[in-house]
Write a protein that binds this ligand. Structure first.
Ligand SMILES: [Zn+2]
Length: 246
């Protein structure tokens, strides 16, 4: 193989392994999205600790997360149609998180939406106010008192961070057959093939629905079929267990 061919092959291999990695990351994100769809208030702290970078921290202020979860459930039921997908991926909270991050503020502050609005107000018409004789807007100051308004404005206008949550929602919009509700426990899960009916999420006892259902089906089959032995009323003469007629 020529060295050029070799490097092309290597490049292709690298590309395909990158694609596999991206696909795996998407599936992982979709699994976390399913966990978020199944989230109840009692599970919030554990979810937050486990998935720190999945959604912006502003989601946990007040009951922001609950509204988003309810919208997600609606999309899950409807098969991730375009309008709900757009609503989910462009939620106001992503914008709030971007503004707070641009101003260097911690995402866990108590009133994120209000603070983001104050920052936006300070930035509005930042350059234009003096031109029409208006008093300048309030400045945004760093903790050491430096005026960082210009810097914050530049950062707010730059591309916002893309969150795994947004990627996962888009992924399920493209492959909506994956978004399933388990027929055993009723929780949302992401399927690996279209015919899957039961989740593989470990339940309270540590057992998984797919394994539980297989076990139960074996038991049912066993009971119905006399554990593989022939039933007495179907026995024919000459077979094992039938007393020969003298
Ligand atoms: Zn299940």
């Amino acid at each position: 193989m020529s060295s050029r061919r070799f490097s092309e092959t290597e490049k292709r291999l690298r590309l395909s392994s990158k694609r596999i990695e991206e696909e795996r990351a998407l599936l992982d994100a979709a699994d976390v999205l399913a966990a978020f769809a199944n989230l109840e208030p009692a599970g919030v702290e554990a979810f937050r600790q486990l998935h720190l970078d999945f959604i912006p921290a502003v989601w946990w202020a007040k009951s922001n997360w609950l509204q988003e979860r309810n919208l997600l459930l609606k999309a899950w039921r409807a098969g991730f149609p375009a309008d709900l997908t757009l609503k989910l991926t462009t939620a106001r909270l992503f914008g709030v998180a971007h503004i707070l991050a641009s101003a260097g503020l911690p995402a866990g502050i108590p009133n994120p939406s209000f603070t983001a609005q104050m920052i936006t107000d300070a930035l509005d018409n930042f350059d234009g106010r003096s031109l029409i004789g208006l008093a300048p807007n309030r400045k945004i100051l760093a903790p050491d008192g430096t005026d960082i308004t210009k810097e914050v404005k530049r950062r707010v206008e730059s591309d916002p961070q893309v969150w795994p949550y947004q990627r996962a929602v888009l992924f399920l919009h493209v492959e909506p057959w994956r978004a399933k509700v388990c027929q055993e426990c009723g929780r949302r899960f992401v399927a690996d093939h279209a015919r899957r009916k039961y989740c593989s999420i470990a339940g309270e006892g540590g057992s998984r629905c797919s394994a539980l259902v297989i076990k139960r089906q074996h038991l049912d089959w066993g009971r119905e079929n006399n554990w593989g032995r022939e039933k007495s009323n179907t026995k024919k003469s000459g077979q094992r267990g039938v007393r020969p007629i003298n």
